[in-house]
Design a binder for this molecule. Structure first.
Ligand SMILES: *Cc1c(COP(=O)(O)O)cnc(C)c1O
Length: 552
């Protein structure tokens, strides 16, 4: 299988770069023009995919999908297989992403994406990205003996929690890679802080920054824009705009589709994917999957009260701050979450607390391309890039932009959207806990530590947002549709919200959701460096630490 090994090339959503290889886009992260990388062409599935892929393991499915996006001459077959094997060897579930059916009548299924090392869905992509980095660098450094002229990658990232730990676990101990993760000191949850700082590998550097998450992000941006460090260090990003992350996430859309197909004995089940969404990274992978040919009735965006995406789908306007009047019309403020005036609202689902959604730019490009009237492919691509550039400039300068009705119609064709408040999130955790779990059909599923208590399921707040949105979507989709709701984190990572929801439930105590990996974690030895919120200060630390690592 995997007969496709066409030479896949990549371009920037803002039209500035063309004809880049997979390795180029993975190592660069962001295009020179500030745009995001997309494949020149979305590959189609082989004509026999529905039968040929149906019985494949997660790893074999990943291999087939990645082979459509990565040319064989860039990564030979055996190497790609090895990278995939290594990346998913760290997962605790036999079939990597098991499915729990929550309600048999409603055909409501939870796709558990949190069985990787850090208990959140980001592991699916970051385990793969870490191994890719290592693979490319090993190849570039082949035959080089001494530390001096070896190519070295300096990964710099900011985190409010989940990204940092997943990146650290993806990159720990990797040769020729240093990783610097900044978190706002005292502002990430104790478990998340401990997950990051108890990793003692020499190439992992945690910086506890005296400031906010935004300060950390500003430092990252300043460093990437700084000519001095770019002259001496090859900087790389691991945030969700990296194309390899999107690619890696496509696998579970296919895998879960086949799980449902097998469970129902149908060759073509009707499915909707419901995705708790922040930066649009997870769900854009689903969009690529459907454009390749995976049949999905809808992709449902589930936002928290930071609802820029939901407002776009209601109004066709993408605005950092709700414009008064427009929202009233859409009837969005049903639960007293008043229009937030400044910045991000802190919710019970912090990994989705965003003001603007960076991967949405990728969808914008496709919407512009698909609705274009230009015939010739290259001119059509250029026109799409120009449109995206104009919109993003408006977002930057005016705080928002609006799109034409046919673009909104195209967006609604593939996606629906739901907004879930904190109150509704708590209710969803409580409701689902009250249900009795039905008998399970997924053979790869084992009762996993901490998501079940006494036959009742415990959701984390992000996954609960997906379930709340699913319940609304079920009412709308009619009978026969299967809802695959993506579970993005283990409940133990977000104990605060779970406690809030379940504290009065008989027999519930938080100990019941604590996986053994978290027991005593906060007491373990830590490695963390304090830093002032100054990008020059951080630059000094980075330079010094990389130097020390190379000497070692
Ligand atoms: C990152 C994250 C999300 C949001 O994913 P996006 O790709 O940003 O949409 C949702 N839930 C959890 C637990 C996360 O860590």
């Amino acid at each position: 299988m995997a007969s496709h090994s066409a030479s896949q090339r990549y371009l920037s959503t803002r039209g500035g770069s063309y004809d880049l290889s997979f390795e180029d886009v993975v190592l660069k992260g962001l295009a020179n023009d500030g745009g995001l990388f997309i494949p020149e062409e979305i590959p189609s599935l082989p004509s026999d995919w529905q039968t040929a892929w149906r019985g494949l393991s997660f790893q074999d499915l990943a291999f087939e999908i990645f082979s459509l996006y990565v040319s064989r001459n860039e990564i030979p077959e055996a190497d790609l297989k090895e990278i995939i094997k290594k990346s998913y060897g760290t997962f605790r579930a036999d079939n990597i992403v098991p499915i729990t059916t929550l309600d048999q009548e409603k055909n409501l299924h939870l796709l558990e994406l949190f069985h990787g090392p850090t208990f959140a869905f980001k592991d699916v992509a970051l385990q793969f990205l870490g191994n890719l980095f290592e693979y490319f660098l090993t190849r570039r450094n082949k035959g080089k003996e001494d530390g001096r002229n070896r190519e070295h990658l300096t990964v710099i990232g900011a985190t409010s929690g989940d990204t940092g730990s997943a990146a650290i676990y993806g990159l720990r101990g990797k040769k020729d890679v240093s990783v610097f993760i900044m978190h706002p000191k005292g502002k990430v949850s104790p478990i998340q802080e401990a997950q990051m700082t108890t990793v003692l590998d020499a190439n992992v550097h945690n910086l506890a920054v005296e400031g906010t998450f935004d300060d950390c992000q500003d430092i990252v941006k300043a460093l990437f824009a700084d000519p001095e460090i770019n002259r001496t260090h090859r900087l790389a990003a691991v945030n969700s705009i990296n194309w390899a992350r999107i690619l890696a996430q496509m696998t579970y859309y296919f895998h879960s589709y086949f799980s449902i197909a097998r469970q129902t004995g149908s060759s073509d089940p009707k499915v909707r994917f419901v995705v708790p969404t922040g930066n649009f990274g997870d769900i854009i992978a689903g969009y690529f999957a459907t454009r390749m040919g995976l049949p999905a009735d809808k992709l449902v965006i589930a936002t928290n009260e930071n609802d820029i995406l939901h407002r776009f789908w209601r109004t066709g306007h993408y605005e950092k701050h709700p414009v008064h009047g427009r929202e009233a019309e859409g009837g969005i403020e049903e639960d007293g979450a008043k229009a937030h005036s400044e910045g991000v609202k802190e919710t019970l689902a912090p990994a989705m607390d965003i003001l603007v959604s960076s991967n949405f730019e990728r969808l914008l490009w496709y919407l512009a391309y698909r609705t274009s009237k230009v015939e010739e492919t290259n001119r059509r691509r250029m026109e799409a890039g120009e449109k995206v550039k104009t919109w993003l400039a408006q977002l930057k300068n005016d705080g928002g932009f609006g799109v034409d009705p046919e673009i909104l119609a195209a967006a609604k064709d593939s996606f629906a959207s739901e907004r879930v408040s904190d109150k509704q999130t708590i209710e969803a955790i409580k409701d689902v806990y009250g249900w009795a779990l039905p008998a399970q059909k997924d053979a790869g599923r084992k009762a996993t530590t901490g998501t079940e208590h006494d036959g009742h399921y415990i959701l984390d707040p992000h996954s609960a947002i997906g379930i709340a949105a699913s319940l609304r979507s079920i009412a709308d989709a009619g009978k026969g549709a299967h809802h695959i709701s993506l579970a993005t984190a283990h409940p133990a990572k977000f104990s605060h919200a779970v406690e809030l929801a379940l504290k009065d439930q008989q027999g519930f105590s938080f100990e019941t959701v604590l996986p053994e990996q978290f027991v005593g974690l906060e007491q373990r030895e830590k490695r963390v460096l304090g830093a002032k919120a100054s990008w020059e200060g951080v630059r000094e630390i980075v330079v010094k630490r990389v130097e020390e690592e190379k000497r070692a």
